[in-house]
Design a protein around this ligand. Structure first.
Ligand SMILES: [Zn+2]
Length: 183
């Protein structure tokens, strides 16, 4: 029976095995694995799960190696996920700075009214990310938070006394007054 060329080692005219291209061999192995997988659905996963349970050290090492090999792609995926969550939260929260109206998502910040945002998160044992995911899932605008651009956020911090300003700067000609309209 005629066999697929990729399935068998090739010989030269005198019947000796040809030295094979490792790339090609790996590709053929991969194709074979994929065909086997199609014929035996779920078996590979089962085998893998069992193997992992029996070889915890190698499992850990192979996961580490996978991460290392795919570092750039994984980082990119992670950053994209971060942005998707962030964009979702910004949308729920109105999508623009509540003070000046700027809507560039790169500089919009979720601001805790009256400060204490990090302490609050620590108390609730939530990371920023977990808080954002909660907002996303609920689809509801949370209380105690508002949306400000980076500039307005800094001015807000000065005006509520969270940042120090010397007396000589106590009454600067304001670009816009931030504090009165907030909390
Ligand atoms: Zn602003």
């Amino acid at each position: 029976m005629m066999q697929n060329v990729e399935e068998t080692r090739r010989r030269d005219s005198s019947g000796r095995f040809l030295k094979e291209d490792p790339e090609e061999v790996r590709a053929a192995q991969k194709r074979r694995r994929e065909r086997w997988n199609l014929r035996h659905p779920g078996r590979m996963e089962l085998h893998r799960t069992r193997w992992r349970a029996r070889h915890p050290i190698q499992d850990k090492e192979s996961k580490r190696a996978y991460k290392e090999r795919n570092r750039d792609r994984l980082l990119l995926d992670e950053r994209e996920r971060h942005w998707n969550i962030r964009m979702g939260v910004l949308k729920i929260m109105g999508g623009k700075c509540e003070q000046c109206g700027i809507d560039d998502p790169r500089i919009l910040q979720i601001n805790h009214l009256n400060g204490g945002g990090n302490a609050e998160l620590r108390k609730a044992k939530l990371t920023n990310r977990q808080r954002d995911l909660r907002i996303m899932r609920s689809g509801l605008r949370p209380t105690g938070l508002n949306l400000l651009c980076a500039n307005c956020n800094v001015l807000y911090e000065y005006e509520r006394g969270a940042r120090f300003q010397p007396d000589s700067l106590a009454n600067p000609k304001p670009l816009y007054k931030v504090a009165p309209s907030i909390g």
